[in-house]
Ligand binder design. Structure first.
Ligand code: TEU
Ligand code: CA
Length: 542
């Protein structure tokens, strides 16, 4: 696919012939540390992933987003990379990685690597050289500033993990920038040689046969620290275009940018068909669901109304042109069935219907296909995540800190995937606890009413229905508080989806009335005038 073709404005509702491979597949995110341990050290690894590829293939998945497996001191579980061209020894070797790419390819699955280039580890050779002397040739790969007149940090910019975003390098007397942990110094994207090095590294991975990149906090790379412009900074669009020209143009690579700050206004600038990326993970529906939208740790109840509004806004934005990366959970968020449901299998299935029938490419986070719930950790000693540990350390009192972690900690979604009733992730005690859930892949595989069975059916359904792949999104019952209803309409099909995202029986709103053939129903067929708690139905009129 050439750049010109990519950029041709096109209405993707007509037929599925016009769709790219990454628009027709369902994607699955693997968090390698917690997926499958193969060598009894309690840590998931690449040979473990290879041994479980059939589970992913059986689901009907066509793309794996692999969270970072590069060499790393693991301060942030691999989002702190010390060598982009090597694999963390605890995860395996480059040979293992090549084997994974080939084994996935055999099953029609493409591997998308996590590209973490806003920052490196402080143990990356570039930083080790840069910190040696202000005159070092590598100095300009990172962001250095003189202290403020009082000797303190150059400005009051805060790190996303808590505390100042600047740390003093005593040897050179200057501060370096880190928007995350001090061990994750920010790269200086204003340095053209650095950018060229990054594009080289990306091509090196492309040559190994990967399908594309998920781009970590990509909205931060265009920052101008002196003006305090960080997210969607003034250089962002130029860098993304340059990256596209240097790495992606003329290929069929998929690129998925992570952008916590994308808005309805900026969204179209990022994505297909006119932007430099295929699609973005944007978080407006996630943040809208938080009880307190400016502080994720603050207590508050899930707000379905604003969650629905944000989802529908983005669906409508990209209803005819453009493309969404749809997700309800990932390794940074609480489990979706806990955040947007009551933790039940019924809620997991209803949310699966939502995830797999919106317009865009669906991303399933490992474990969600069996309805895994928040880990349910109770003691500080059970947590591993740097962000959570920092928060607990700074909390006013331990009890409220632990309550906040129980709701929102990233570790909620990082407990090992439960393969069998007794665990099956490792022969030894895993690096992080299993959590309190009991659902397992093995048990659900034999149960046609399981969450897993629902995922398998829905993924197949999506791949076989033109309206689910390329159809427009038309909202229904927009003012209803807890029922999410919409149509997906293509040339040959008109589907209606109704999801009751509440734990109460609800009459189906009049403008979402259900008739026609039932394609999928999370519950035994009863009256379609009422929806049970967490019932979801797909019907076709065509
Ligand atoms: O996440 C970006 C990010 O902004 C989150 O860490 C966010 O701050 C937090 O989860 C919500 O409070 C990406 C990765 O997905 C995450 O795992 C990394 O820790 C982070 O970047 C740094 O690389
Ligand atoms: Ca291991």
């Amino acid at each position: 696919m050439g750049f010109a073709e990519r950029n041709r404005e096109r209405d993707a509702a007509g037929s599925t012939d016009d769709l790219k491979w990454w628009q027709t597949v369902t994607a699955y995110q693997i968090y390698p540390r917690s997926f499958q341990d193969s060598n009894g050290d309690g840590i998931g690894d690449i040979p473990g992933i290879i041994s479980r590829l059939d589970h992913i293939a059986d689901l009907g998945v066509g793309m794996i987003w692999l969270s970072p497996v590069y060499r790393s001191p693991m301060r942030d579980n691999g989002y702190d990379i010390s060598d982009y061209r090597d694999i963390a020894p605890e995860y395996g070797t480059l040979d293992d990685m090549d084997r994974l790419i080939a084994a996935a390819d055999k099953r029609g699955i493409r591997i998308v690597m996590d590209l973490v280039v806003n920052h490196t580890s402080d143990r990356h050779i570039w930083f080790e050289e840069a910190r040696r002397a202000a005159s070092d040739p590598r100095r300009d790969c990172y962001v250095w500033r003189d202290p403020a007149p009082d000797g303190g940090p150059p400005n009051d910019l805060q790190s996303y993990f808590g505390g100042p975003a600047w740390t003093l390098c005593p040897k050179t007397g200057q501060y370096y920038l880190h928007l995350f942990a001090p061990e994750q110094p920010d790269l200086n994207w204003q340095n053209p040689e650095l950018r060229a090095d990054i594009y080289d590294m990306m091509r090196w991975w492309v040559d190994r046969g990967i399908g594309g990149f998920r781009m970590d906090v990509i909205d931060l790379i265009g920052k101008d620290v002196d003006q305090g412009l960080i997210a969607e900074g003034p250089h962002l669009w130029r860098y993304l275009d340059e990256m596209h020209r240097n790495v992606v143009a003329g290929t069929d690579l998929v690129t998925i940018g992570e952008s916590w700050h994308a808005s309805l206004g900026s969204g179209p600038r990022y994505v297909w068909p006119t932007g430099p990326l295929s699609m973005i993970f944007q978080f407006s529906h996630i943040v809208a669901g938080w009880g307190n939208q400016t502080d994720k740790w603050a207590s508050g109840k899930f707000c379905p109304v604003s969650f629905k509004r944000a989802l529908y806004d983005w669906q409508s934005l990209f209803s005819r042109s453009g493309w969404n990366a749809n997700f309800l959970g990932n390794h940074d968020l609480p489990r979706m069935v806990s955040a947007y449901g009551d933790g039940s299998a019924a809620a997991a299935k209803a949310l699966a219907v939502l995830l797999l029938t919106l317009r865009g490419t669906p991303f399933i986070f490992q474990g969600d296909e069996i309805g895994m719930r928040n880990a349910g950790f109770r003691a500080a000693s059970e947590y591993r995540d740097i962000e959570t540990l920092n928060m607990l350390g700074a909390a006013r009192d331990p009890a409220s800190g632990l309550a906040a972690a129980g709701r929102m900690s990233r570790d909620n979604a990082r407990s090992p995937l439960r393969w069998t009733a007794s665990g099956g992730f490792s022969e030894v005690r895993p690096w992080i606890g299993y959590g309190t859930g009991t659902e397992s892949v093995e048990v659900q595989s034999d149960d046609e009413n399981s969450v897993l069975a629902a995922y398998r059916d829905l993924i197949r359904l999506r791949s076989r229905h033109e309206a689910l792949l390329s159809g427009h999104f038309i909202p229904l019952a927009e003012d209803h508080q807890t029922i999410l209803a919409y149509r997906r309409v293509s040339n040959s099909e008109d589907l209606k989806i109704v999801v009751n995202l509440s734990d109460e029986t609800m009459p189906v709103p009049i403008d979402a009335a259900l008739s026609g053939n039932i394609l999928f129903n999370t519950h035994p067929v009863g009256s379609l005038e009422f929806m049970d708690a967490y019932q979801a139905v797909i019907v076709t009129d065509g």
